[in-house]
Ligand binder design. Structure first.
Ligand SMILES: Nc1ncnc2c1ncn2[C@@H]1O[C@H](COP(=O)(O)OP(=O)(O)O)[C@@H](O)[C@H]1O
Ligand SMILES: O=C(O)[C@@H](O)C(=O)COP(=O)(O)O
Length: 425
């Protein structure tokens, strides 16, 4: 297998979002959980997305794991590696976007790196270096209340400058609309001024095509699924990859019971849970109880076992920003998040033990904890449930025949859970 594109994603939902985008753009793609073990049988693919759970860990660990993934991908022929970050630039002043970017670009010998989280399909656009979520700047969007990385600055040149050792510049939209060559010239100009990474504006899909073509001249880029789409288009249009139609190996029915777990506290997920209440039994967990000990998880599993034979159920720890802040004030942000994620992983394990084979998980960190606990080594990409969220089929020994959907907190319409269950048979 000679890879045409290597990708390192900083969380598992983000990885499935990217794998979905690449697949739909014609690249045969597989998502692996961590660097694949030598005995994992991978199909013949054009792109591998290595999923890491590195968004909210200590920066030096994120760098070490990303480098390991980079070595694996390059060892399989990938000339270009995309570091997939969140379209809402989820990070803190300590990282991990800047430190990982610095390490990968340094290793690759790239003088300047293109960086853009723009993904217009999900209404993430960048203008004059400022990230918009829908109609509002990042710092006015629900991301200002994210439980782990509240985003308070929409100016990504500033945000990245606080995290990176490199000087950060901007390639503005007026340049991007003139195409890949103009972007290349501007990058060379910036590099000549000692700038080592540039936020690139993108508002429309066509901007991504130009950015992708320009990015392929480098060995590393940083961004969300939008730049992934641009890179995939450039690979296909440049004749490096023959476009493949959607392979439907990932959507054969598995049967078995179905369940949903929600650990995301995003506004979108809270709305989706409210809608789910109209179509299935929903259990709202006591988050403080989850942190206190195993009783709350046992109660939830008993609740689920009583109902799940009759149809899907949803179990949620999700809470409003005020409730999240109150809990974090008592237990600390990271400790609360980690304990709840582990409780959700316990629940997932219990649900699989009860016969669940179709599992929907809302929340990036939550999905990471669940997939790690279930020891799933990788996924094939199936039909798209919503922009950025595909049906996934588990691969690898021990994974069993299972379908999953890993939903980024912010993605999907109000009926997401119903939409997912409709496609996961
Ligand atoms: N009720 C709650 N109070 C505090 N934190 C919570 C609560 N429920 C979930 N969390 C934590 O909030 C974080 C949500 O992050 P994540 O799962 O990545 O969702 P998203 O995709 O919306 O970012 C996780 O660490 C999760 O454990
Ligand atoms: O780019 C995106 O927005 C997503 O792919 C993503 O990374 C989502 O992260 P979570 O919201 O933490 O699931």
């Amino acid at each position: 297998m000679t890879l045409k594109l290597g990708c390192i994603a900083d969380d598992y939902t983000g990885a499935s979002d990217l794998a979905n985008t690449l697949t739909r753009a014609g690249l045969r793609t597989v998502q692996t959980i961590g660097v694949p073990a030598a005995d994992l049988a991978l199909p013949e693919v054009d792109a591998v997305v290595v999923s890491l759970k590195s968004r909210s860990i200590e920066a030096s660990l994120a760098v070490a794991r990303s480098r390991e993934a980079d070595t694996w991908l390059r060892g399989r022929g990938a000339r270009h590696v995309l570091f997939k970050i969140c379209s809402t630039f989820d990070s803190t002043d300590d990282g991990n976007i800047g430190p990982v970017m610095d390490a990968l670009a340094g290793d690759a010998g790239d003088g300047i790196v293109l960086v853009t989280p723009a993904f217009p399909e999900t209404r993430r656009t960048v203008y004059q270096g400022n990230l918009f979520v829908g109609a509002v700047p990042l710092n006015e969007s629900p991301l200002k209340d994210h439980p782990l990385n509240p985003m308070h600055d929409a100016n990504l040149v500033r945000v990245l400058a606080r995290q990176s050792q490199r000087k950060i510049g901007l390639v503005d939209l007026a340049t991007v609309v003139h195409g890949p060559e103009a972007i290349g010239h501007r990058l060379a100009e910036l590099a000549g001024q000692g700038i080592g990474a540039a936020i690139v504006d993108a508002v429309f899909d066509a901007d991504l095509t130009a950015i992708g073509a320009a990015a392929l001249n480098n060995r590393v880029s940083v961004g969300a699924s939008g730049i992934g789409l641009g890179l995939a288009r450039a690979l296909v249009e440049g004749g490096h990859v023959q476009s493949h139609g959607l392979a439907h190996h990932a959507d054969a029915p598995v049967g078995g019971l179905a369940a949903c777990l929600a650990g995301s506290c995003s506004q979108a997920t809270l709305q989706q849970i409210a809608h789910a209440e109209t179509i299935m039994p929903v259990l709202h967990l006591d988050a403080a109880g989850l942190i206190a000990g195993p009783d709350e998880t046992r109660r939830a599993l008993a609740w689920a076992r009583e109902r799940i034979g009759k149809g899907p159920v949803l179990i949620a720890s999700s809470a409003t920003p005020d409730q999240v802040s109150a809990l974090q004030a008592r237990h600390g942000r990271d400790a609360a998040g980690h304990a709840i994620e582990q409780a959700m992983a316990d629940l997932a394990e219990g649900l699989i033990g009860a016969g669940v084979r179709r599992l929907i998980v809302a929340g990036g960190e939550t999905s990471g904890a669940v997939v790690d606990r279930l020891k799933i080594p990788g996924f094939l990409v199936g039909p798209e449930i919503a922009a950025g969220v595909p049906v996934l089929r588990a691969i690898g020994a021990g994974a069993g025949d299972m379908l999953l959907a890993l939903k980024s907190g912010n993605f999907g319409g109000p009926q997401f859970f119903a939409d997912a269950l409709g496609l996961m048979r």
